[in-house]
Every structure is written in structure tokens, then in C-alpha cells.
Design a binder for this molecule. Structure first.
Ligand SMILES: [Zn+2]
Length: 411
């Protein structure tokens, strides 16, 4: 197994929903934490969040977690002394797991802060934690992996703040930077971010209006849009780009641990050339443009693939257009959250659609049976987990969109 990362939480210090709320703004989130699992089987936790109990369950039940270990992790590396990043250490103490001999990688100031205050002091005295200090050269994890810290500007009431830099064979690989005041305050930002292959950066706020009644300027943190403008891809829409520009982009690097990094975009013609009559294709029209629909249908007709392609879209009107212009072309309507309704099934049936495609997590056998009385095929989309896939299969739908077809063949 290669050295890998498992993101255990991406929320703010207090998680979401925060204490006193029954629903979060958006998805439920645990506080920020990442597990580094090395090829040699070492497990290092980056930050010890207040959600460490649930996060260690997620870690230890992950496919990538090395088997046969005694302790859940070998070491913890801390970024700074705000509660979301170290308060989970309390679970190492004698009232809880009483884990012994866990290395604690932190700055000298962070160690001083913990040593000066209970209940953390006891963790050092009882040797639950064995301190190792950043700033004296990279700390070796095993033959391939070292960890170092890079000081960054962030409110320093208790301790200094660092980004954690993981190196593979001496080369910067991953940088974990959950909190920073602003990019303008850190002159080394561009270089540090460019030199690492993977960076997880502070994304605390998207909009200054997110904290009603509190002044975001006083809390600091860069806004997500500013961070992306500075370090991300340029803010351009696909429709404005040429094929040559699109072909220069890495289309696979985002997916599932980087196994497909470096894959380039392919055109529909190239897909047809590569796979010919091996597949039944589903071609989704993403932008509701008549010209795009015309070009797609012309290509399908040119290849003689009318019976081999189902044209899909979330846009009902573009599907109506395809049906009007090319009555023999089969189409499938993708519907969004809460879309598996009798009204939508009727709309699809009335328009003569071949497929109706609700989200997998809305699939039930009863709904599928009912819908199939009106529409030839019911297909699922929105599969993110094996549970989603199992639900779609159990409901008896005709097929699914899935990024992991091997889940069906292997599991
Ligand atoms: Zn902080």
C-alpha cells in the first residue's frame, strides 16, 4: 500500500452543527483532522480534534488502516493551541483510553502551553505522550516519511501556529494548514503551496456574512474564494475554453486518492473510437444548448449508434428538444434531490422519456415498481458510498451511474 491520507474532519473548531444548534449550516462536519498512513504501516494523526473518538473509529475501520496494530496511532502532530486542534488529547488520559507512549509532535511553545496546564500536564507525567519538538529539523517517521512544521501567522493567544509538511523520500508531498489569518501576512505562502503536491488549506469562511452578529474581520481567516483565486485554477468556465486548453488539464487528479492523476479529457468521438460497440453509452448534456444537442445527435447518427446511446440531462427542456428533433432517440431525465415524485414520473412518462433517473438514496422497491409502470427504465445516480449502491440494487432499478463499478463486481 502506498502512503496515503484520510481526511477525518474538515469542519471548524466547533464542528457543525455547533453546540446549541440542532442543524448545521450545510452538512454535518467534524472538526479538522487528517490521518497519515505510511506505506510502512505507521499512522500519524494531524491534529487531535474534540471529535477524536468518532474520528478514530472512522480511521480504524477504513480499508487503508493497517491490520495488526496495538495502538490506534503512533503519533499525533499538532498545528496550534485552539480547541479544535488539541482538545481531543484529553481522551488519551487515564479516565479514558490511557494510551501510553504516543509521540506528540508540536512546537516548543505548544509543548510549554500543555505542560503548564492541567489536564494536559498529566499526559506528559504519565507518559501517555512522549514529546518531540518541531524546529530542530524534520522528524523522521520511517525510512520514507518525515514530518516538519512551517510557522504561519494566526492569532497566537496561547501558542504559535504551524502548517504540517509531510515529505516522501525528502520531497515535499502534503501540507496541512487548517488555520491562517491571511495569505498576505505570510510571505512564503506561494512557495510553500507550490512545492507540495497536495495541500489542504484553511477554508473556514466563504462569505463574511456567515457569522451573523460577529465581525469576521476580527476572527480573520482568508475567504475560500480568495484562496482559490490565489492558488487554485483560474476562474474560467468550461464553455469559454478551447479543446486544447481543456486537454492540458489534469482531469483525474481529484479522484479517489490520485490513482488517476494525469488523465486527460477525452471527446465523445475518442470514447466511441476506443470502445466501439462494447458498451451502451449514456451521454449527459451538461449545458442546455440546442447546438450541443444537435452536435451530439449528429455524431450518434454518423456512427450508427442510435440504439447504443441514451442521451441524459438534468435539464428537462433540452430533453424535450431532443425528443422533438429526433423522435427515435432514447433519453433519460436526471432529477435532483427529492426528485423521485409521482409528479416527475408523470412528466417523464408524458414526454415519452426512456429513463427516469433519481438519486440512489431515494430508491425504494415500491417507488421503482410504481415508476416502471409508466417508464421503461429507472436508473440511479448520486452514488457516493457502498450503502448508496446497495440501496439502488436492492430497490431493483435497471442501472446506476457509479464512479466505482468495481464495487459491484468485487463486493
Ligand atoms: Zn485557530
Amino acid at each position: 500500500m502506498e502512503t496515503s491520507l484520510l481526511v477525518l474532519g474538515s469542519g471548524q473548531d466547533g464542528g457543525s452543527p455547533q453546540l446549541g444548534h440542532t442543524a448545521g449550516q450545510g452538512p454535518d462536519r467534524m472538526a479538522s483532522s487528517v490521518a497519515l498512513i505510511t506505506a510502512k504501516g505507521s499512522v500519524i494523526l494531524l491534529d487531535a480534534s474534540p471529535d477524536i473518538r468518532q474520528q478514530s473509529v472512522a480511521l480504524m475501520t477504513s480499508d487503508r488502516y493497517p491490520s495488526g496494530r496495538d495502538a490506534p496511532f503512533d503519533a499525533i502532530a499538532l498545528t496550534h493551541g485552539h480547541m479544535g486542534h488539541y482538545a481531543g488529547l484529553v481522551h488519551l488520559g487515564k479516565e479514558s483510553s490511557d494510551l501510553r507512549g504516543v509521540k506528540l509532535l508540536a512546537t516548543g511553545r505548544m509543548h510549554s502551553f500543555l505542560r503548564a496546564n492541567d489536564p494536559w500536564r498529566a499526559l506528559y507525567e504519565r507518559r501517555n505522550l512522549l514529546p518531540d519538538t518541531f524546529g530542530l529539523g524534520a522528524i523522521r517517521v520511517d525510512e520514507e516519511v518525515t514530518i516538519d512544521a512551517i510557522t504561519v501567522p494566526h492569532r497566537a493567544e496561547y501558542t504559535d501556529t504551524v502548517a504540517i509538511s509531510v515529505r516522501l523520500d525528502g520531497e515535499p508531498w502534503f501540507m496541512y494548514l487548517p488555520d491562517i489569518d491571511g495569505w498576505g501576512d505570510w510571505r512564503g505562502a506561494e512557495e510553500a503551496i507550490a512545492s507540495h503536491q497536495i495541500c489542504l488549506l484553511d477554508a473556514t469562511f466563504s462569505d463574511p456574512g456567515e457569522l451573523p452578529g460577529r465581525d469576521v474581520a476580527a476572527i480573520r481567516h482568508p475567504l475560500v474564494g480568495d484562496t482559490l483565486d490565489r492558488f487554485g485554477f483560474p476562474n474560467r468556465a468550461v464553455v469559454e475554453m478551447t479543446l486544447a486548453e481543456l486537454k492540458s488539464l489534469d482531469m483525474g487528479g481529484w479522484f479517489d486518492g490520485g490513482e488517476f492523476a494525469g488523465e486527460r479529457i477525452v471527446t465523445v468521438s475518442e470514447i466511441f473510437d476506443a470502445f466501439g460497440e462494447v458498451f451502451i453509452y449514456h451521454a449527459e448534456i451538461k449545458a442546455p444548448s440546442h447546438a450541443l444537442a444537435d452536435d451530439l445527435i449528429a455524431l450518434i447518427e454518423d456512427r450508427g449508434y442510435r440504439d447504443r446511446v441514451i442521451v441524459t440531462s438534468f435539464d428537462y427542456d433540452i430533453l424535450l428538444y431532443v425528443r422533438e428533433q429526433f423522435p427515435e432517440q432514447r433519453v433519460g431525465w436526471l432529477v435532483r434531490h427529492d426528485g423521485f415524485s409521482a409528479v416527475n414520473v408523470e412528466k417523464a412518462a408524458a414526454a415519452g422519456f426512456f429513463q427516469f433517473c433519481p438519486r440512489a438514496d431515494e430508491m425504494t422497491a415500491e417507488r421503482v415498481i410504481d415508476a416502471k409502470k409508466r417508464i421503461p427504465e429507472i436508473r440511479a445516480h448520486g452514488i457516493k458510498t457502498k450503502a448508496n449502491l446497495a440501496q439502488a440494487v436492492a430497490a431493483g432499478c435497471d442501472g446506476t451511474t457509479v464512479n466505482w463499478p468495481d464495487w459491484l463486481t468485487k463486493d
